[in-house]
Design a protein around this ligand. Structure first.
Ligand SMILES: NC(=O)c1ccc[n+]([C@@H]2O[C@H](COP(=O)([O-])OP(=O)(O)OC[C@H]3O[C@@H](n4cnc5c(N)ncnc54)[C@H](O)[C@@H]3O)[C@@H](O)[C@H]2O)c1
Length: 169
């Protein structure tokens, strides 16, 4: 399975590495060029116990790629995960602008059927907003799914892999 993860912060990087560890080909995208370059050079940008070994192995086995080019990632992937920031606004509600802007961009770039999955922490109803944002420019069919991330920093790899293993079982 070919996957893209948009946003290579805490959640996106753990998800990307762990998806690769379970056998998928993963392309991680970030707008932060310095971060992408460090990851390409083999330098982890977060500390998370156990992540370094999986990162090294999956880079070496060429299942884990990093890019700033959203188009490259959209064309590469069958499933696109959004792991973008959703900072709390002044009233405490999640700012969905990163997620919705990326969704519009993905809609413009769709070259085939894809599934777009939100991993960010978002309120109920966001899948409908993502669907509308993608559809605004999309010329291909797509589906939207929600797969919110509940990993805890410090035990994120274990959280992620254990949960995935129980899902696949
Ligand atoms: N960190 C956690 O422990 C945790 C746990 C569960 C859920 N979450 C949720 O997951 C989501 C992501 O959180 P995080 O901690 O990984 O955030 P983060 O700030 O660590 O990472 C976000 C990344 O997205 C990148 N980015 C911003 N705009 C982009 C764009 N248009 N295209 C590509 N990349 C872009 C940033 O450069 C950054 O690297 C949030 O909704 C958060 O609430 C976080």
């Amino acid at each position: 399975m070919k996957l893209a993860v948009i946003g290579t912060g805490y959640v996106g990087l753990v998800a990307g590495v762990c998806f690769a560890e379970t056998g998928s080909d993963v392309m991680c995208v970030d707008v932060d060029e310095a971060k992408v370059q460090r990851l390409r050079d083999g330098e982890l940008t977060i500390y998370e116990p156990g992540l370094d070994r999986l990162f090294d192995r999956n880079r070496r086995e060429e299942r884990l790629l990093f890019t700033c080019d959203l188009q490259e990632a959209v064309e590469f992937a069958e499933i696109i995960f959004l792991a973008l920031p959703t900072p709390a606004g002044e009233d405490g509600s999640a700012d969905l602008s990163y997620v919705l802007r990326a969704s519009e961009d993905i809609g413009r770039l769709l070259d085939d059927y894809k599934v777009i999955v939100t991993k960010s922490t978002v309120p109920v109803g966001t899948a409908d907003a993502v669907r509308e944002a993608v559809a605004r420019h999309a010329r291909h069919e797509f589906d939207v799914a929600s797969n919110p991330e509940f990993l805890r920093e410090g035990v994120a790899v274990d959280d992620f892999l254990r949960r995935s293993a129980s899902l696949w079982a």
